[in-house]
Design a binder for this molecule. Sequence first.
Ligand code: GGG
Length: 351
Amino acid sequence: MGYDIGVIPGDGIGTAVTEAAIDVLDRAAEIYGFETTWTHYDWGSHRYLESGAMMPADGTDQLSTHDSIFLGAVGHPDIPDHVTLHGLLLPIRKEFDQYVCKRPNVLFEGIESPLRGYDAGEIDFVVYRENTEGEYSDLGGREHVGHQHDFAVQTAGFTRHGTERIVRRAFEAAQERERHLTSVTKSNAQRHSMVFWDDIVERVSDDFPEIDMERLLVDRASMELVRRPEDFDVIVASNLFGDILTDIGAIVTGSLGIAPSANINPEGEFPSLFEPVHGSAPDIAGEGIANPLAAVLSGAMMLEHLEEGEAASALWTAVEAQLAAGDPRTPDLGGDETTDAVVDDLLDRLR
Ligand code: GGG
């Protein structure tokens, strides 16, 4: 069996963590008897600075031939963040209808949560973030720029189709887990789109009577994720709220450096994209100390998606064992080791 993966290392530490993860994934492929071809795309901020575009006009056409896409990070201190994000990552998510953004948050053995009194496994939830519309809809504009009376309009678009399908996928995930689902909105203030979301959740919940369903406003959910993270199992949220909640999820389980994510087109009509939750971290780019574990675990999610379950489990197990051992660790986890040291140790563990 062989897989053809499109790789976009992107910006900052994206290059280092992507190459590190590829070394580990190649070892898993060798052991579990499949081949992986990596086709690199040199797209990102350096390209933008040279040519005015993060990727070529036919970028998504080029990517469409791959089985999956593996991405590092996007963002550069000299370019506004909305330019880098809208120039690369968001068009890919939208064009390939990757409407499920799945982000697991697990407290691993050996990791100390900044929250007191939690042991390994006691925090374990997954966020299903809507990934193609909502607050990330590119609808709006600015008028009278440069004048005193300038203004901006940004519209969040929620379709029944888009909302229902992410909610359904989240209920299905809850069925496979602890059968508890939390839908997060702000329907007290946003009485059009978020009440619409609530209505759809109510209707879909009729098809899943065995799932214990809770609704929380996003402010309360943010607080409860800090106060009682152990009570969460599956969270479903809109694009923006899901993004924010998964940063909270990453930090209560230790570090953004170990938080993976998958942008999935469940129907398989288009390639799905796998990336660490973290960004380009320009402050440590080039220093050799970026944590590659989020990228490695994102790679494991990719292998799971490609139905290489054994190899995916082996990667999770190797990461779990390394974290439990407490060494080597990059600075985000309180250590002083390098990206390479973390990779070498994982390769040894897989051998
Ligand atoms: N590794 C992903 C990355 O670089 N993300 C940057 C970012 O700002 N993402 C925003 C989002 O996921 O909505």
